[in-house]
Write a protein that binds this ligand. Structure first.
Ligand SMILES: [Zn+2]
Length: 489
């Protein structure tokens, strides 16, 4: 009977978001409740549980799971507390046979640029030389510490990310290979001075899918354990921010290096494809006007899924300025507006400032007169089955523009977040998703047009507009004539 300890610590940080992430922003589960909550969902832990169940002789030691919507840097004391809570559990169970850590990889605190590396180092110090595998988002920033203290890193293979479950399966299978088959991972890394965005990264249709295909072919071949391209979250401005190709084989160092260099060369040679094409707001609204059916606006600059605060009213302002006549649906995080709507009650008409409550350097409030259409407690389920608490939630109608206003930070990627509050995206001519590409899974089948906005925000795809101070330089596309070594180490 092998005992496998499971812990999760996931948050994606946008260091350009001025709001810190606090302890209460994390959804936290402890012990057996983790299994009750996540079994059967599209999550890494659910995938891992199924692999361990297949083996039959694995005892799972669920300890601590913390997950937060991407946001600003984690407050230093909050990171200390999260890591300590995991370590307390690891300490109590240091006789386990293996550890699976479910991480994001692009987390940062106020002063710690590598929380995942710090956690891995501390867990390793506690449990010694047993297998430790970490699963990661493919926007992870890979550090020396992460590579040194984990036996293997296993990241997503899809963009938009849909393979959370499958990544858990791959991570758990690698753990079992080490435990049962005595696999000995040998890992090679190639650093790519590159930040990538844009439609060619869509793994189902874009050129990047070919690179992922190379990773998958390696993993499916004998002796191939894990192959990943980590594009790093471009909004986590930390010293190791660039892209990475990481390949692990079962003891074959030369092959790991050769494969990592081959995949990295493909990524570098195609770098001009990894740029986003953006449309200025006035032009985007004009395009929506001439489009019959639904136009989906991707407001990636304010994507809460990328760590932005979700308080941008840039689209609302443009629609009001153009006196847009169609029906538009806009999500907004604005706790004061929600409070005003609850004070006034359903059926009231109120005049209030809307938006621009969290990132005053990039967004300012706009005063509107709104009808309070409905009020909610904010509990709903995302498409992957995970329950979310939006806090108090108000649906406000400003003429033909409907604004879904929440108190708490949530994701505005899919359709459920609207449907849960009585709003059907298909009934609108413009719907705003605060998401760079994840929305495609839910909107491609119903949108007549998709427009990537060039709008202000701390997660702008117009990377040149962001105030980078820490990332690797020179780096593509911020700098000219960048040279990549493309050598595995
Ligand atoms: Zn990601």
């Amino acid at each position: 009977m092998a005992r496998v300890l499971i812990a999760e610590m996931q948050q994606e940080t946008s260091t350009f978001n001025p709001h810190l992430t606090q302890y209460e922003d994390f959804r936290i589960e402890r012990g057996a409740a983790i299994l009750d909550e996540l079994r059967g969902t599209n999550t890494e832990i659910a995938g891992a549980l199924d692999v361990f169940a297949e083996h039959g002789d694995v005892e799972i030691v669920p300890t601590f799971a913390a997950w937060a919507v991407p946001h600003g840097p984690v407050a230093d004391p909050v990171l200390d507390r999260l890591i300590q809570e995991i370590l307390d559990d690891v300490e109590r169970n240091r006789d386990v046979d293996a550890v699976l850590l479910v991480l994001h990889g692009a987390m940062a605190s106020e002063t710690e640029f590598d929380p995942e590396g710090r956690l891995l180092e501390a867990v390793r110090a506690c449990v010694g030389a047993i297998p430790i595998v970490a699963s990661l988002d493919f926007h992870a920033v890979i550090t020396d510490r992460m590579l040194q203290f984990a036996d293997m890193l296993v990241g997503y293979h899809t963009y938009p990310h849909t393979d959370f479950y499958e990544t858990g399966v791959r991570a758990a299978r690698n753990l079992m290979r080490m435990l049962i088959d005595n696999a000995t991972p040998t890992t090679a890394r190639v650093c790519l001075p590159l930040m990538a965005r844009g439609d060619e990264l869509l793994t189902a249709t874009g050129r990047f899918g070919d690179a992922i295909g190379m990773c998958q072919a390696l993993e499916e071949s004998p002796g191939g354990l894990a192959a990943n391209i980590y594009l790093s979250n471009p909004f986590t401005d930390v010293p190791d921010l660039q892209s990475y190709v990481i390949v692990s084989t079962d003891g074959d160092e030369a092959r790991a290096k050769a494969e990592a260099e081959r995949i990295a060369t493909f990524m570098w040679e195609n770098r001009d494809l990894w740029l986003a094409e953006l449309t200025p707001l006035p032009e985007a609204v004009a395009q929506a006007k001439e489009t019959p059916g639904l136009t989906l606006f991707s407001d990636a600059a304010d994507a809460t899924s990328s760590g932005a605060p979700g308080d941008s009213n840039a689209v609302l302002k443009e629609l009001l300025a153009q006196d847009y006549a169609g029906r538009a649906l806009i999500p907004l995080i604005d706790a004061p507006a929600v409070a005003a709507a609850f004070d006034a009650g359903v059926g009231s008409t109120i005049t209030l400032p809307l938006g621009g409550t969290m990132d005053p350097g990039r967004h300012t409030p706009v005063t509107v007169t709104a009808y309070v259409k409905s009020l909610h407690d904010g509990e709903f389920a995302y498409e992957n089955g995970v329950i979310e608490q939006a806090g108090r939630t108000a649906v406000l109608a400003i003429g033909n523009i409907v604004v879904l206003t929440t108190e708490r930070l949530i994701l505005f990627v899919g359709r459920r977040v609207f449907q849960a509050f009585g709003l059907e995206p298909q009934d609108f001519s413009i719907v705003v998703a605060k998401s760079p590409n994840g929305f495609r899974t839910w909107y491609e089948s119903i949108a007549a047009r998709i427009v990537h906005l060039d709008s202000p925000g701390s997660a702008s795809l117009n990377l040149e507009a962001l105030p980078y101070t820490h990332c690797v330089r020179p780096i593509f596309p911020l700098d000219e004539n960048v040279v990549a070594a493309l050598r595995a180490g």
